[in-house]
Write a new protein. Sequence first.
Length: 375
Amino acid sequence: MSKLPNVNASIFAIMTKMATEHDAINLAQGFPNFAVDKKLAAIVAEVVKKDVHQYLPISGFPPLLRKIAKLILDSYQRIVLPETEILVTTGATQALFTSILALIKADEEVIILDPSFDNYEAPTLLCNAKAIRVDLNDDYSPNWERIEKVITNKTRMLIINSPHNPTGKIWKENDFLALENLLEKYPNILLLSDEVYEFIAFEQKHISIHSRKKIVKRSIIVSSFGKSFHITGWRIGYLVAPEYLAKEIKKVHQYLVFSVNSLAQAAISDYIDVVSVKDLGKLYQEKRDYFRKLLQNSRFELMPCEGTYFQLASYASISDENDIDFCTRLVVEYGVAAIPISPFYADGKDLKLIRFCFAKDNKTLEEAAKRLCAV
């Protein structure tokens, strides 16, 4: 008997498989297709010669833990303890999964804000807990009245995501003030903050839970080197949590992976010394602007994009098809793969919106745009 009877193949896997089968340009799955930084490649070539090929400590490579602590201090002026408050994980996915598995008990409730990344609900269900799905506002800001209405004495966790996948929305200061007020009223609720796109913000600066002193001591913050350094296949992420929570998360972590890839951790530890995360936003803002310019004569209506490397687009003026059928036809007839947004909603809400990933080289964006302008 299935423990996840209603969970099927991820829409990301489905659309990527379809892109491969039809030799389409894959703007569906969120991965960059351009080369990694030459500095990182050179570091890997040197690190592989060193003695970094055996198990590392459960929490992570000690030099890398110290570098992460410094990165957080420099970025958010927060002091964290490398030995007890940081955990290196096999991608942000494992960080999310492990945190939920460690902290959520059977029959408890986890609030998830839709449209939401599909990695939030499955681990909740595996805990025999209940996922409470709450729609964001039409502009993808949080609806605090709606959120508070679903809180019960079983509510144990609220999961938030900013910069937001799939919409690119970045929460504003008033959203965080409302969040703090809410959590003050309900002291038993933990916060899981998915911030994997924290360094990919454009005109509006990303506000991190790291900077929210009122609630940071009851929060788990998830980050991703894969997203930040466009090395998604390395599967390296990390989480930061107060010691009393990190201790419980590490208990589960040791039985899932024990420790994370040693070579990758050592290479990233050295790379942090020679790269500036402050430049990432500029890199992707240029790609966003270029992609939007290429599509200005298309029939797609482009939605605001404040962060991440995703662009939402409405096809309402093009077709009445549901978004899954439209994305299927887009692959088969036009050779471009995108992601439909309805799978990000519990009820499959179809708003005639699809998501493109613009983390691609200019040649790819140009060819994709040429095909999309023909739709």
